[in-house]
Design a protein around this ligand. Structure first.
Ligand SMILES: NC(=O)C1=CN([C@@H]2O[C@H](COP(=O)(O)OP(=O)(O)OC[C@H]3O[C@@H](n4cnc5c(N)ncnc54)[C@H](O)[C@@H]3O)[C@@H](O)[C@H]2O)C=CC1
Ligand SMILES: O=C(O)C1=N[C@H](C(=O)O)C[C@H](O)C1
Length: 250
């Protein structure tokens, strides 16, 4: 059996260093490159990488990914910072390299993916929905990629069900007090020493509330999802957004 030749970008980071160990420990994979800031991307082609796992920084991910796609290297992308404009840019790039696959996964943990799915299912049954995410204070971006994706999925489910805008009588608020709005869903970001990555989806209706909460307690929770992404992306050309597409959830 030939092993999948994998490179990790952001290899010295919190999640990248864990990913290096996970790839090294996977029998069907070979770690051929471990790059961090200032390492040249040509190392990827020189090492014959088939898949690049990007766990770097929102400012770096697009350049890395464009190099990979242009050189036919599949991408498994955990780095955040995805906007509609970035997805469009990536789609255009992939059009020119039709056999290359890219997975952009806002969250690789199974529990977080299920949180998003359950929130999507529950969204149309409640008048009010808000998302609160909690992370370590070294995180570069807010709100988290997971919270943004969760809010988008909730908003889409509510729009499809014909839900009206949610009630909110606030007419006067300190800037930021009601969080940021993602497709009409309030999203609040907490940064607190001691935390890793956590999220609550709060749903409310007359006389009841439902809270869907997920806690990532260690970076190891992202590893099965990353390895699954590597195995599946080599046989899935084009852009896949969300690990749920590889989980046979329905
Ligand atoms: N999708 C998911 O499940 C997860 C995604 N993340 C995301 O992964 C990214 C990294 O998170 P952390 O590991 O906590 O950050 P970190 O700051 O600990 O690590 C990032 C690493 O990338 C390196 N780096 C920066 N620019 C680079 C470049 N151009 N080329 C190669 N390496 C470069 C840095 O030197 C650093 O070692 C963030 O966007 C974070 O939100 C983090 C955890 C899970
Ligand atoms: O920076 C992190 O730590 C994480 N980033 C991702 C995000 O922004 O959603 C995934 C997870 O929340 C951990």
């Amino acid at each position: 059996m030939s092993r999948i030749r994998v490179a990790v970008l952001g290899a010295k980071g919190r999640i990248g260093s864990e990913a290096v160990r996970a790839v090294e420990g996977a029998e069907d994979m070979e770690l051929v490159a471990a790059l961090d800031r200032k390492d040249g991307l040509e190392t990827l082609t020189e090492a014959g990488a088939q898949v690049a796992v990007d766990l770097t920084h929102p400012d770096a991910v697009m350049g890395n990914l464009e190099y990979c796609v242009d050189h036919g290297i599949h991408g498994v992308i955990g780095t955040t910072g995805w906007t509609d404009e970035r997805f469009e840019r990536l789609r255009r790039r992939l059009d020119a390299s039709p056999s290359t696959g890219v997975l952009v996964a806002p969250n690789f943990s199974i529990g977080a993916v299920l949180t998003m799915r359950f929130a999507q299912q529950a969204a149309r049954f409640f008048e009010s929905v808000e998302v609160v995410e909690f992370h370590h204070p070294n995180k570069a971006d807010a709100p988290s990629g997971t919270a943004t994706r969760t809010a988008r999925l909730i908003a889409a489910a509510r729009a499809e069900a014909g839900c009206p805008p949610q009630p909110d009588a606030t007419t006067s608020a300190l800037d930021g007090a009601r969080g940021a709005e993602v497709d009409g869903i309030p999203v609040h970001a907490v940064r607190l020493r001691g935390l890793l990555a956590h999220q609550e989806v709060l749903l409310g209706d007359t006389g009841e509330t439902l809270t869907i909460r997920h806690d990532s307690l260690h970076h190891s929770c992202f590893m099965p999802g990353i390895l699954l992404g590597v195995r599946r992306v080599v046989e899935t050309p084009g852009l896949t957004v969300g690990l749920e597409n590889f989980l046979d959830l329905d």
